[in-house]
Write a protein that binds this ligand. Structure first.
Ligand code: FRU
Length: 687
């Protein structure tokens, strides 16, 4: 058994507990992998071939990313006992190149009722902690402990003297305890100038990051706080702090990356960042770079309902929550409500959160491809607006636990010409048990919320909890990171088995001065090139020629890398479809008229497992004149799209049929020009 759970005998009562119950077999599941690889290894439906996945069970955030003695370590949030979140522990894998991974036994299991939440790892080169042995520096893990019994989160450390294979938890844990329910995800680094350790850690519900300093990783002193700032509609999680040169200059800046859930730019979980200075004590954002507020974008359209009347007109209520008619701002003791248009809005805080009910529209015939509306209030499933077609809920949206209404958009083009009904629902009675809605419109393009004012490092729905590798040698010099390729909205529902979730590909981050200011850019780590297999190159031409080339070369597959350059146009939507089958495709392209780049997964395959899954994610096209370059990685159940040398990234999960392998360029026949295209088939990293 010791070989399976390789921690010190006796140090984890949890292990003893399961042995005592005679459940030794379930310990086998605590290994993220089997030692030998059978022929059908990693061949299940939707199994990524070059992304990291655990062999089985649930995974979320990457943790403890550290490089040591020729190995990139990846620890990760892992439930050893099942395929949904729970019993969080640290799984472990190592790789020489961040591409080919070897699974190792569980590193830090939940024990004594304390789950091992997210955190980081460092090499303590100077043995400041005193945990080193035989002149070798120890590896130290710094993680949030989460005790469900009293719902407290606090910072703990553990050390390893054998390259992360076995771990001992520090007897003096916790090293920081604020008796807080939302204090997690410590990221530690050695700060050379002040000669001490710095911990960047999140006060999640306060939208704050705290910085602590320590001489030895055991005693910590609060140095400063940052926030609230930028986007604050969700909890702040998994922060990271690192310094980078601004490409092509002698300048340097610090980047504070803050993951946030929900309320990210694409909905649900996502990541924002701040650019500024860190002096060893305090992070100060460069205001000019960080927040140039861009207002919401609201295209003109046909109003379906603006709730300006004294009653609901043809809309029908059930229950009490919606009162006799539209509200005019706050109801009762409600906090200030803002962001609605005109005087009236739907506000189900009638007689407080305790009331419930529904408000249903008459039948509306959908004509335009988008429905845009303002929504605020509770974020739960029970406080929402639904769109029903043929009596079935086909779209849903909730607030962000804020009274403020913000724009939301549904792509409904597949229902054009059909009859639909809007239903606003309040089936909740507790905190945030109400919903605010206003200005429901049909339009030809989507509305964009003001949350875009923050800086986002990914505009897709599936890049979360991104953190960077520590201790990458100076001679290498890169800042490398990856993220959890999923979203808390539906991560527990995705149709994969016996595992759930993948990490993104490893990416190199940089800073570039763009026309918008200094911005974070990302590119695939160069190690990804080792997977390239067959290569195809298209010298350029119009749409028809490009598609003849794809067909002649028989280019297809579910593991592909594409590098496509499109000629800019003033109108039209053009790009490339991947994972294309008879009735489905993942559509990646550029809307030239609105200047946006997008991934549309609304008809990408299985999208029905969660109502918040189908749809389109897009980003403003970086303003680089004369150039639209899409660098795309396709792997079984995901696409990662790097736009114009990584000035925008869109990461999205998709669940296509096994035979949806096609690639096809699309766009207006007359104007679409493919300036160049390269395609590689990619090898599996697991076989
Ligand atoms: C982020 C997160 C972290 C927490 C971990 C728990 O996805 O919520 O804040 O430490 O997951 O699994």
């Amino acid at each position: 058994m010791k070989a399976i759970i390789s921690n010190q005998p006796g140090s984890f009562p949890f292990q003893g507990f399961f042995l005592a119950l005679g459940l030794g077999v379930s310990l086998i599941t605590a290994r993220a992998d089997a030692p030998s690889r059978p022929a059908d290894y990693y061949t299940e439906t939707f199994r990524p071939q070059f992304h990291f996945t655990p062999a089985k069970n649930w995974m979320n955030d990457p943790n403890g990313l550290v490089y040591y003695a020729g190995e990139y370590h990846l620890f990760y949030q892992y439930n050893p006992f099942g395929n949904t979140w729970g019993h969080m522990s640290w799984g472990h894998a190592v790789s020489p190149d961040m591409v080919h991974w070897q699974h190792l036994p569980l590193a830090l299991p939940e024990a004594d009722g304390v789950m091992i939440f997210s955190g980081s790892a460092v090499v303590d080169w100077n043995n400041t902690s005193g945990f080193g042995r035989n002149g070798q520096p120890p590896m130290i893990a710094i993680y949030a402990g989460y005790r469900a019994a009293d719902n407290l989160q606090f910072q703990n450390i553990a050390y390893s003297n054998d390259k992360g294979r076995t771990w001992t938890k520090y007897a003096g844990n916790p090293v920081i305890n604020l008796n807080s329910h939302d204090f997690r995800d410590p990221k530690v680094q050695w700060h050379e100038a002040t000669h001490r350790w710095i911990m960047t850690v999140s006060l999640a519900a306060d939208h704050k990051v705290q910085f602590y300093g320590s001489p030895n990783l055991k005693e910590w002193t609060l140095l400063s706080e940052f926030g609230p700032a930028g986007a604050t509609s969700g909890v702040w999680e998994c922060p990271d702090l690192f310094e980078l040169p601004v490409q092509g200059t002698r300048e340097k800046r610090w980047v504070l990356a803050v993951n946030m859930n929900p309320g990210s730019v694409a909905g649900g979980s996502g990541g924002q960042y701040f650019i500024g200075q860190f002096d060893g004590t305090r992070f100060a954002a460069d205001l000019d770079e960080t927040l140039q507020p861009t207002p919401a974008v609201v295209p003109e359209g046909t109003v379906i309902a603006d709730f300006e009347g004294s009653d609901y007109g043809d809309w029908k209520t059930t229950g009490e929550a919606f009162g006799p008619g539209p509200a005019h701002g706050v109801l009762g003791d409600q906090n200030p409500v803002a962001g609605y248009l005109g005087h009236g809005l739907v506000n189900s805080y009638y007689h407080g959160d305790g009331t419930q009910g529904t408000l249903t529209s008459p039948v509306v015939s959908l004509i335009h491809p988008y429905v845009n509306f303002l929504i605020g209030g509770g974020s739960q499933k029970e406080t929402c607006m639904n769109l029903l077609v043929d009596g079935k809920v086909v779209r849903t949206a909730s607030g962000q636990d804020a009274e403020q209404l913000d724009w939301h958009s549904w792509d409904v083009h597949e229902f054009a010409g059909q009859n639909a009904v809007f239903q606003i629902v309040d089936h909740a009675t507790g905190g945030w048990g109400h919903i605010n809605v206003d200005q429901i419109m049909e339009a030809d393009s989507p509305a964009h919320s003001a949350s875009e004012a923050a800086l986002w490092f990914d505009y897709g729905k599936d890049y979360y909890a991104a953190v960077s590798w520590s201790d990458v040698p100076k001679s290498d010099g890169r800042r490398l990171w990856l993220g959890w390729m999923s979203n808390w909205q539906y991560g527990g529902d995705v149709p994969t088995s016996p595992w759930r979730s993948a990490m993104s590909i490893p990416r190199e981050v940089g800073l570039r001065r763009t026309s918008e200011g200094i911005r974070l850019v990302q590119k695939p780590a160069r190690e990804m090139e080792s997977l390239r297999d067959r290569h195809f190159a298209f010298p350029g031409g119009d749409l028809a020629k490009a598609n003849v080339w794809l067909a002649d070369q028989r280019i297809q597959g579910q593991q592909l890398e594409l590098l496509v350059e499109l000629a800019p146009q003033t109108t039209g939507v053009a790009g490339v479809k991947v994972l294309k089958g008879a009735k489905e495709a993942t559509v990646i392209g550029v809307d030239h008229s609105s200047g946006r780049v997008f991934v549309d997964r609304s008809q990408s395959g299985n999208v029905g497992f969660n109502l918040q899954f189908p749809g389109l994610q897009d980003a403003p096209l970086p303003r680089v004149t004369g150039r639209i370059q899409l660098h795309i990685f396709v792997d079984a159940c995901s696409v990662e799209v790097f736009v114009n040398n990584g000035e925008r990234v869109i990461t999205d999960l998709v669940y296509p049929s096994a035979d949806s392998k096609g690639v096809e360029f699309f766009g207006p026949e007359e104007t679409t020009k493919i300036r160049s295209a390269e395609v590689w088939t990619l090898k599996s990293a697991w076989h």
